[in-house]
Design a binder for this molecule. Structure first.
Ligand code: PHE
Length: 340
């Protein structure tokens, strides 16, 4: 019997508990009304007299040790519980700063253009970034195998039907013309893709805002006036010029420059010393394109224009490298918090 008690003494010594539940199991096992201590005490009367003294002493050791261990374990659990329940709060410390997002420079420019054209009745239209050959090229008067397609290096997609990432948002104009009859007055902002090497000045992803107006008797003069209005509103400049150019879907085609001036060193830099800033491509919609899209070119005419957003954002915000626009480095984006 003595040996048995001594074995238990060893167990008590080694006991570990991790929470209040286990502590309770320990208490019931050793100190409870049906526990070991009680059981050993009940044995007392059966112990021969000459051994009673030693048994009593061992029993006392057992009791002390079980109770002592219980107290120690209880203390431990309570102190770890206290830490968990009340974290060290210092209410005098300054609060965490709240990070407020900012508009992306590309969105700032697109929103501004949307507003300017909305004021004169243009409606914003968006469509797919993956386009079929018809909407990106053929309907726009790019015949198959025609070298004009090389103007727009394309990311093709492997699929049963010929598909590609759209190279311009003129595809949106085709979709609108196919579904609506004039008068049509839309702008199509969106992301476009070209298979070009990435450098400080060019990227394989960029954004365009394209415009289209189709109605009876729309003339080149109407286009010029609308673009002059845009130049005044967007750049605050009142002089534009149109240089002859080429696009398969417009005839005649032109590039529009805004007269920026040559007063400061910056003016010299951004206009490459000419005073003129190249801003967009435009032209009268080719009658073939109208007919391709189900609009009678004998009754209707129209103009279209296309603006590259990144180049304008870079000039407006003095961004030296187009790649910064797509990196989404928070240190860069944060600088636009003040611009709405
Ligand atoms: N789609 C042309 C481009 O991506 C831009 C453009 C649009 C030119 C409309 C003229 C008219 O380069």
């Amino acid at each position: 019997m003595l040996d048995k008690i001594k074995e238990h003494l060893q167990d008590i010594e080694n006991a570990i508990v991790t929470d209040a539940k286990e502590l309770e199991v320990f208490r019931v096992n050793y100190l409870g009304s049906k526990g070991l201590l009680k059981g050993f005490f009940n044995e007392f009367k059966n112990i021969p007299n000459e051994h009673k003294k030693e048994f009593g002493k061992t029993l006392n050791d057992f009791k002390k040790s079980a109770q002592g261990k219980f107290d120690e374990l209880q203390q431990k659990i309570q102190s770890s519980g206290v830490k968990k329940e009340s974290p060290q709060l210092d209410l005098t410390l300054p609060g965490y700063p709240v990070n407020v997002g900012s508009r992306h420079p590309v969105s700032i420019i697109i929103n501004e253009m949307n507003d300017i054209f909305s004021k004169i009745g243009f409606i914003i239209k968006e469509s797919f970034e993956i386009e079929d050959d018809w909407h990106n090229f053929s309907a726009l008067n790019f015949p198959e195998e025609h070298p004009a397609r090389d103007m727009q290096d394309t990311f093709f997609i492997e699929s049963k039907i010929k598909q590609a990432l759209r190279t311009h948002t003129s595809s949106v104009q085709v979709r609108v013309m196919e579904n609506e009859q004039p008068p049509i007055r839309i702008i199509a902002p969106g992301r476009v893709f070209r298979n070009e090497a990435i450098s400080a000045r060019s990227h394989c992803i960029f954004h365009q805002v394209e415009g289209l107006y189709i109605d009876k008797n729309v003339s080149f003069a109407d286009m010029k006036q609308t673009l002059l209005y845009f130049a005044k509103e967007f750049f605050g400049k009142a002089k534009i010029r149109l240089r002859p150019s080429y696009f398969p879907f417009t005839e005649p085609s032109a590039e529009m420059d805004v007269y920026w001036g040559l007063e400061t060193e910056v003016d010299h830099k951004i206009t490459k010393g000419t005073g003129w800033l190249e801003v967009l491509g435009c032209g009268m919609v080719d009658p073939n394109v109208l007919d391709n899209c189900g609009i009678d070119s004998k009754i209707y005419s129209g103009y279209a224009f296309g603006i590259g957003v990144e180049r304008i954002a870079m000039q407006r915000f003095n961004i030296p490298d187009i790649r910064m626009i797509f990196e989404n480095d928070v240190r860069f984006l944060k600088q636009f918090t003040q611009v709405v």
